[in-house]
Design a protein around this ligand. Structure first.
Ligand code: SAH
Length: 228
């Protein structure tokens, strides 16, 4: 296994880079890819940058230029369900682009030429990640939706939830990585710590959360994942 670890935020990646043995930095396409050994696993760590296009590019480069065979994405997200609280972890079983709509040519959410709206994560990687995450926080498993908006208004999250009732979390990158990995045949998994409720308080909660907990959570989960 050569594992690509994509982090959404610098705060989440920092500890991993410090833990890498024989780290080697490569700059490419406005990103810094750091290769090395992470607790015996051959790994490549990179920041995705924000949004679906940025994340898709990062995932594709990890596979095509750095030869990763598996991808794990760690980040924070807004809650998409009242059972999912700030500080909980959501491990994706499937991802959807909530802002994708080519109707009436294709059903809403369907990605043309794939025939899919929901991209399933790899079962084995997801299981391993969920076991690792359960050591750190309460874990939910299910649907994560991605789109190119920070959801910070109650009306926005309510509208997304109305179209996707099984939604657990909302963020800006996961479904893009999912589509790239599906098209390239790369097993992948996505884990998100809930930083806010995607409502009118989201922006303030988000900033507070990433400074206080997000980095520690991401580090612990990846540590436990690699050690399994
Ligand atoms: N001002 C921040 C912007 C981050 S955007 C900065 O400068 O870094 C929010 C990031 O966290 C995205 O990567 C997204 O995937 C995730 N996220 C957290 N809460 C979210 C929400 N409520 N809506 C959408 N994305 C959210």
């Amino acid at each position: 296994m050569r594992l690509g670890i994509i982090s959404a935020l610098a705060e989440e990646q920092h500890g991993l880079i410090e833990a890498l043995q024989s780290p080697y930095k490569h700059i490419h396409g406005m990103r810094e890819y750091t290769t090395g050994k992470l607790w015996e696993i051959d790994a490549v760590c990179v920041l995705s940058r924000i949004g679906k296009v940025a994340a898709a590019m990062t995932a594709a480069i990890l596979v095509e230029k750095f030869g990763v065979t598996h991808i794990v994405f760690t980040g924070v997200a807004g809650s998409g369900d009242k059972t999912v609280n700030v500080g909980d972890i959501v491990v994706a079983e499937a991802l959807v682009q909530h802002d994708f709509d080519a109707s009436p040519l294709f059903p809403k959410f369907e990605i043309p030429l794939t025939g899919l709206s929901y991209f399933a994560t790899d079962v084995a990687l997801t299981e391993r990640l969920a076991i690792a995450a359960a050591k750190t926080a309460r874990v939910h498993r299910g649907l994560i939706a991605s789109g190119d908006q920070f959801i910070g208004k109650l009306a926005q999250i309510q509208a997304i939830k109305a179209g996707l009732p099984e939604l657990l979390a909302v963020e800006m990158e996961g479904a893009a990585v999912a589509q790239v990995c599906f098209e390239l045949g790369i097993p992948f998994a996505v884990i998100r710590t809930i930083s806010d409720n995607a409502n009118d308080d989201a922006a303030v909660d988000f900033m507070h959360f990433i400074k206080t907990v997000a980095s520690r959570y991401a580090f612990e989960v990846i540590h436990n994942f690699c050690k399994q």
